[in-house]
Design a protein around this ligand. Structure first.
Ligand code: Z5A
Length: 221
């Protein structure tokens, strides 16, 4: 699919909680399977046995209650460092398509913009943790955070530590993502996530087809 030094294809999904990442990833997984390109799916934080323990600490463990922004940043980075080397890089080296539910842009925006950790520190730690391979394309599912949160609440799941932040936090996240997309227009593709799931999914497949010509048959877009 690519040159020897840049094998496989790496796709990440980003956006506020409830914007529809899992839904769209599921639809894309099905489409890629039908196209004969079964992808590998990973999530952040998590995706490895170590990363899943870190996920629990970050989201639900009582020990995380008074976590400092700096400790939070380093835990997300530790999870990513393990995932990148244990799972993502080997799969890409085999030429596979890898889909990640969040990757380093989440840290740039949540810890950098919303938690106000200086950008230079976040960039340095992100680079160290993720290594040299960045996503080939990132789908930013953009929508009003209040509407996204309402969608998420309808699932009736236990509310985790990050979800308890005030609304301003999630507005900062949205604005942070949009500013990041302006800085990386070639990599980050902004999709209107307020549309129906099938329309969002079509926009994503069309963009992938544009970047990887022939990935889908024209009848499946
Ligand atoms: N975080 C961080 O701070 N720093 C980092 O570096 C990283 C992460 C990597 C991870 O949470 C938290 O960690 C996250 C950021 C932070 N915290 N917050 N807040 P997570 O992994 O548990 O969850 P999430 O990534 O935030 O997403 P989510 O809650 O799983 O939502 P989603 O996957 O984007 O949405 P969904 O499950 O597909 O859809 C939500 C509901 O809406 C569901 O009932 C769907 O059926 C429905 N839906 C989906 N699409 C539509 C459309 N188009 N119309 C109507 N309804 C829809």
């Amino acid at each position: 699919m690519s040159s020897e030094s840049h094998t496989g294809f790496f796709i990440s999904f980003e956006g506020s909680e409830g914007c529809g990442k899992s839904t769209q990833i599921g639809l894309l997984m099905n489409a890629l399977q039908e196209a004969g390109q079964p992808p590998l799916l990973v999530r952040e934080p998590g995706g490895t046995p170590l990363g899943e323990q870190i996920r629990h600490l970050l989201k639900h463990a009582p020990e995380g209650k008074d976590m400092t922004p700096e400790a939070e940043l380093l835990l997300f980075a530790a999870s990513r460092a393990q995932l990148a080397r244990e799972v993502i890089q080997p799969a890409l080296a085999e030429g596979r398509i890898v889909i990640s539910d969040r990757f380093l842009d989440s840290t740039t925006v949540y810890q950098g913009v919303a938690r106000r950790i200086p950008g230079e520190s976040v960039d340095l730690i992100n680079q160290f943790a993720a290594g040299s391979r960045l996503p080939d394309v990132t789908f930013l599912l953009d929508m009003d955070p209040v509407a996204a949160m309402e969608r998420a609440r309808r699932r009736n799941e236990v509310i985790d530590r990050l979800e308890q932040e005030p609304l301003e936090f999630f507005h900062a996240v949205r604005n942070g993502y949009l500013a990041l997309a302006e800085r990386h227009p070639d990599r980050i593709c902004v999709i209107d996530a307020s549309q129906a799931p099938s329309s969002v999914s079509t926009s994503i497949r069309q963009e992938l087809q544009r970047r990887c010509h022939g990935l889908f048959s024209s009848s499946s877009i």
